[in-house]
Design a protein around this ligand. Structure first.
Ligand code: ARG
Length: 464
């Protein structure tokens, strides 16, 4: 027989189709540990506040321990829970009843599934955001290690996907790393707001029995309690924040994925992904496809869709608990699972890829030093805008002569502007190393500036 938490005033069973739409066990069974953990703390608080006898309390504690073991056994045997009840809260209570008997009927004293489910979700989020944070830090560590090892590689930097200026390969890797570090900071900021315990808010009005909500919250590992019972059962702002955060984080992964996909194409050939993080074609034997990173790129779209979907669910809802809110967990779990896998695939891809430094350096061409030639004129007192135009004229002349900037004669340069200086000074501009080494100010691509970034990131990693 199905154990119903409600129905005393009903004469008929819900229709099968309503039951199917309403049941959430398929999704919220994932919260069984949090549900039991929360129930154990609730039983302790009822006992400490004098609303439960010692015997009943003991029966509930040992009964709930058995429920977890039993659910874990079922999950390992059958993969999912087959209980006929509508949600995990009903399943736990029915199973508890078989172990603890009458005492089980006292567990839900002054509690509602509204504060219970909100508490379970927040507990789950506390652990899950912590895990995501650590996984992100692993990716950051891998990027920093590569950047340290490959600091001597100079590669083309692109804007509009057109060759722009030479940059250190490490500088490129770290440009992505800083976005990910900001993601960690943003996640930590949210964790403070997640860490507020709704339990003791009841269905809407609070708890009619005297309990100590602060003690209960501490018992569950929360930093604080929710300050208003109506807010506690209705707010899903922390979930909105998380979904938006996951969207931004996945956009960062997508951008990195896209850069690496381009760099791995034969036309670029800067990197080669390991077998572990490449896939093949069923028809073309020679193919090595970056499917993993393409899925990461696509996932950013799915994450945004999920975030928009939940914002749409909330739009127009009246306050406090409405069943629409039940979809929060489905979307939350989907985003979390996807993001965690994406982070691991990006980490593995970056960790095991091979960088072809010759290929990267051979993609540099003298035109990428046009800005440096303009700067050489600026150092001789020529106003930048004029220098820009003069170098434009140099480029036009070189094209007309069919030579590149490096090989155009000194006389041609002087004919355009006498400030180009000696031949020796002019030729010295054509060095990739000399070019990047000019950028020594904070955040630049010179060796020393990149080392400052590495040091800052390493210090941060070591203290996290
Ligand atoms: N499964 C529900 C949810 O996750 C639990 C709360 C149900 N409360 C209610 N009054 N129907 O949102």
């Amino acid at each position: 027989d199905r154990y119903q938490l409600w129905g005393g005033c009903f004469e008929e069973e819900p229709s099968a189709v309503l039951k199917r739409l309403n049941d959430s066990l398929g999704v919220d069974s994932r919260l069984y540990r949090e549900d039991v953990f929360g129930s154990k703390a609730w039983a302790r608080e009822l006992f400490r506040s004098g609303h439960l006898s010692q015997n009943d309390h003991d029966a509930l504690q040992s009964g709930l321990d058995k429920v977890v073991q039993e659910i874990e056994q079922d999950l390992s045997l059958k993969g999912s829970l087959k209980d006929p009840e509508e949600d995990i809260h009903s399943v736990v209570e029915r199973r508890l009843h078989t172990h603890a008997g009458e005492a089980a009927l006292r567990l839900h004293t002054a509690r509602s599934r509204n504060d219970q489910s909100a508490t379970d979700t927040r507990l789950w989020m506390l652990a899950s955001t912590h895990r995501l944070r650590n996984t992100l830090i692993e990716l950051i560590t891998v990027l920093v290690k590569r950047a340290e090892m490959e600091i001597d590689i100079i590669a083309p930097g692109y804007t509009h996907l057109q060759r722009a200026q030479p940059v250190r390969w490490s500088h490129f890797l770290l440009s992505h790393t800083w976005s990910l570090k900001d993601d960690v900071m943003r996640l930590e900021e949210q964790m403070k707001r997640i860490s507020r315990c709704p339990l003791g808010s009841g269905a809407i009005a609070g708890c009619a029995l005297a309990i100590d909500r602060n003690r209960l919250a501490r018992d569950l590992g929360f930093e604080d309690v929710t300050p208003n019972s109506m807010f506690a059962v209705s707010s899903r702002d922390h979930i909105v924040e998380f979904l938006n955060w996951a969207t931004l984080c996945s956009l960062h992964l997508s951008r990195l994925a896209e850069d690496l996909i381009i760099y791995s194409s034969q036309e670029f050939g800067f990197i080669r992904f390991s077998d572990q993080f490449s896939t093949g074609s069923s028809l073309m034997p020679q193919k090595r496809n970056p499917d993993g990173l393409e899925l990461v790129r696509g996932a950013a779209g799915l994450m945004l869709g999920t975030s928009v979907a939940f914002n749409c669910v909330l739009k127009g809802l009246p306050s406090t608990y409405n069943k629409d809110l039940q979809s929060d967990k489905e979307l939350l779990f989907a985003s979390y699972d996807k993001l965690l896998d994406c982070l691991k695939v990006v980490t593995g891809s970056v960790k095991t890829m091979e960088v072809n430094r010759e290929k990267a350096q051979s993609a540099l061409e003298p035109g990428m030093l046009a800005t440096d030639i303009a700067h050489a004129l600026v150092r001789r007192g020529v106003p930048f805008r004029r220098a820009h135009h003069l170098v434009g004229a140099v480029l036009r002349r070189a094209t007309a002569l069919g030579v590149d900037l490096q090989h155009m004669s000194h006389a041609e340069y002087l004919a355009i502007c006498p400030d180009f200086g000696s031949e020796e000074e002019l030729r010295a501009i054509f060095s990739w190393e000399a070019s990047v080494e000019q950028y020594t100010s904070v955040g630049g691509t010179s060796m020393s500036s990149v080392r400052v970034q590495l040091q800052e990131l390493n210090t941060w990693i070591n203290q996290t």
